[in-house]
Design a protein around this ligand. Structure first.
Ligand code: ADP
Ligand code: MG
Length: 206
């Protein structure tokens, strides 16, 4: 994937987030403070304003700008966490004109580590990590097996949705949902859901 394609994909992500804004906010209403969709939509609207000026840049620099924009425009937990994810992904792709599957996977690993560090969180706490980590592992396995980018992304999306389902079964121990403790069981995590939607958009474009 080159920069032109990446920019087109980011526009599609922004459109998807806008489309799912109410749903994501509703999910957050149940176990958080009801702003997840609004937060992300605001951030991606700001990101979109910057995309036209990014045409000649490397993909990694575009992704870093996306991350910095999310950090600076989105309040709450998800701005800094999503922002860190995009910045780490961008940093891992430095110096490359194209994003390859191995490059993306290395970047996703960095993104996961960055979010874990910034959020002081890990797998099994009912957060976006519960979609991200299984997605990355499934993609890695499918890629090793087939060297087929589409198959790898499809496996990643399927694993991410399974991760979203898994978040329904556990209590939150990080973020606002942790205030509900056991009462958060039965509800899916908004951040895991939005991550999976984003990955699905990328997968559709591969
Ligand atoms: P806020 O919780 O500040 O209102 P959002 O509603 O936008 O922010 O985002 C909530 C999402 O952020 C959660 O659904 C969860 O996936 C993610 N999240 C919250 N805290 C953490 C954390 N410490 N580590 C990883 N993800 C987190
Ligand atoms: Mg919230």
């Amino acid at each position: 994937m080159n920069t032109d394609k990446l920019i087109a994909v980011i526009h599609k992500i922004a459109a998807k987030i806008e489309e799912e804004k109410a749903f994501l906010t509703e999910l957050d209403n149940v176990i958080g403070d009801g702003d997840h969709g609004i937060n992300l939509a605001r951030g991606f609207a700001e990101v979109e304003k910057k995309l036209d000026g990014m045409a000649g840049k490397e993909p990694g620099d575009v992704l870093k700008t996306v991350g910095m924009t999310l950090v600076s425009t989105v309040g709450g937990a998800s701005g800094p966490l999503y922002g860190t994810g995009f910045m780490k992904l961008g940093g891992a792709l430095k110096g490359r004109a194209e994003i390859t599957v191995p490059g993306f996977l290395a970047g996703l690993q960095q993104a996961i580590e960055g979010i874990m560090q910034r959020g002081r969180s890990t797998k099994g706490e009912k957060t976006m990590l519960d979609a991200m980590i299984p997605a990355k592992e499934a993609m890695e396995a499918k890629w090793a097996e087939t060297s087929d980018a589409r198959a790898a992304f499809a496996a990643g999306v399927a694993a991410a949705w399974e991760g979203v389902e898994f978040t329904k079964t556990i209590a939150a121990t990080k973020g606002r949902a942790s205030y509900l403790g056991e009462r958060s069981i039965g509800h899916q995590d908004p951040g895991a859901t939005s991550f999976t939607m984003v990955l699905e958009i990328v997968a559709n474009e591969v």
